[in-house]
Write a protein that binds this ligand. Structure first.
Ligand code: ADE
Length: 235
């Protein structure tokens, strides 16, 4: 998979050189390209924002540098593959595990994380001619910009690509993979500061352990995330 990230803070994405995603890049499973949005400005101040049309607080990102940066990415892309453009924004659709699974099947993702009050809305309309555009929110809270949200989405998506994480079986057993939160997990020592691992987990009886884990996952989901529980029951 190829990923392009465009930002006024391209160094923000240095974290993607660490750990499993860094390894996946070294192994050639992932190609990550960073771009500085200011390299696509044409004025001497390299400005990327201006006051909102119609008035109001804050600044809005101008569409021109974004379009130019996206054109540079497109020029380096096979025209037969329509890339997916992700615009992280708190006013987007909620990013979920299902969305991560769908994005993991795409060959090319491009991220346009806005700052300030967001990007001029016309960029989305223009970009839709060249990209599959998704406006995604990672949760009901507001960040200073879309960079952190981009990192979250890249991590959730790329770990689903074969070859990125070592143990693919763990993908099937984790929270959200079946619409349930994950069951409690334990490791050695069996007794620790007066706390014991539940007997069934140590019993060696795989069927009983699986049954116990399922019940725990359901109980957790019911009490912590009644919204997920309702969806799980009706699916
Ligand atoms: N930018 C600012 N807040 C955000 C959020 N919650 N999700 C995605 N992008 C954002």
């Amino acid at each position: 998979m190829r990923i392009d990230l465009i930002s006024i803070f391209p160094e923000y994405f240095d974290v993607l050189d660490l750990s499993l995603i860094g390894r996946a890049q070294q192994d050639g499973v992932l190609q990550i390209h960073r771009h500085n949005l200011r390299d696509h400005t044409e004025d001497k101040h390299r400005s990327v924002d201006s006051p909102p049309a119609g008035g109001g607080a804050g600044m809005v990102m101008k569409p021109e540098p974004w379009a130019r940066a996206l054109e540079v990415v497109l020029a380096d892309t096979n025209p037969a593959l329509r890339p997916t453009l992700v615009i992280p924004t708190p006013s987007g659709e909620l990013f979920t595990q299902d969305a991560a699974t769908r994005l993991a099947e795409q060959p090319h993702l491009v991220f346009a994380p806005g700052r300030f009050e967001g990007i001029d809305e016309r960029l989305t309309a223009w970009a839709a001619e060249h990209f599959e555009v998704l406006r995604l929110s990672i949760g009901d809270y507001v960040l200073n910009g879309g960079e952190a949200a981009s990192v979250v989405i890249v991590e959730a998506v790329t770990r689903l690509i074969p070859g990125v994480i070592g143990n693919e079986a763990s993908l099937q057993e984790e929270s959200h993979s079946e619409g349930l939160l994950e069951y409690p997990v334990y490791t050695k020592p069996a007794h620790w500061r007066g706390l014991d691992i539940p007997e069934v987990v140590l019993s060696g009886n795989h069927a009983k352990t699986a049954q116990w884990r399922r019940a725990q996952a359901e109980e957790r989901t019911k009490s912590i995330r009644p919204d997920l529980w309702q969806r799980y029951q009706s699916s």
